[in-house]
Design a protein around this ligand. Structure first.
Ligand code: ZN
Length: 205
């Protein structure tokens, strides 16, 4: 018997929206449990994130202005040889879906950490943020959670939540640093990048 007709669609790799796309500047909206195609979208977002070797991916990065992001930092719990990294042991569990996340509070003395973004390939900059963040969100079954993250997990959550508020990591840089990146950013928006994953650019060359 040929069951192919009834098998679920395989996850798809979606093009990642590049810097300059207006969707990246929009404040994303909460979704409701009946949101159409949600499961497929989550599967596609994971597929897209893994194909680009990302740690997190927010819905606006695939063109959807909804409050949803996925993360998987579990590879960081091991080094390149597959040996456990004790100080990153907690990241082994850090694979999840965040729906309708909203920041409750951020605390602690701000610390610098080098960030990058799949929408801004080949640019990495030190960004200063609070070390601890408390978030309200729902999982993929729409169970509510209130949770505090710190260290690298906090950093990922802050970066991805920013995406839902129309903010990019470069928005945290000082004006001078930002000006120095202007040319590179313009190139990215026009598709002048050697990113190794599928992207969609806002400006025609
Ligand atoms: Zn990003």
């Amino acid at each position: 018997m040929n069951g192919a007709v009834f098998s679920p669609a395989l996850p798809m790799i979606l093009p990642i929206r590049a810097y300059g796309d207006p969707v990246l500047k929009k404040v994303a909206q909460d979704i409701t449990p009946g949101h159409s195609g949600l499961k497929e979208l989550i599967d596609d977002m994971y597929e897209t994130m893994y194909a680009a070797n990302g740690v997190g991916l927010a819905a606006p990065q695939v063109g959807l202005s909804i409050r949803l992001f996925v993360v998987d930092a579990s590879p960081f719990a091991e080094d390149e040889q597959g040996r456990p990294v004790p100080e990153h042991a907690h990241l082994k569990e850090f694979k999840r879906v965040f729906i309708n996340p909203h920041v409750e509070e951020e605390e602690g003395a701000e610390w610098p950490f080098e960030e990058g973004c799949l929408s801004i390939p080949n640019i990495r900059e030190e960004v200063v943020r609070a070390p601890k963040i408390t978030l309200r969100y729902m999982d993929e079954r729409f169970n509510p959670h209130r949770e505090t993250f710190d260290g690298f997990a906090a950093r990922v959550v802050q970066h991805e939540t920013d995406h839902l508020d129309g903010k990019l990591f470069i928005d945290h840089l000082n004006p001078m640093r930002r000006r120095m990146l202007q040319g590179k950013l313009r190139d990215i928006s026009m598709g002048k990048t050697d990113a190794k994953y599928k992207m969609r650019f806002p400006v025609k060359r």
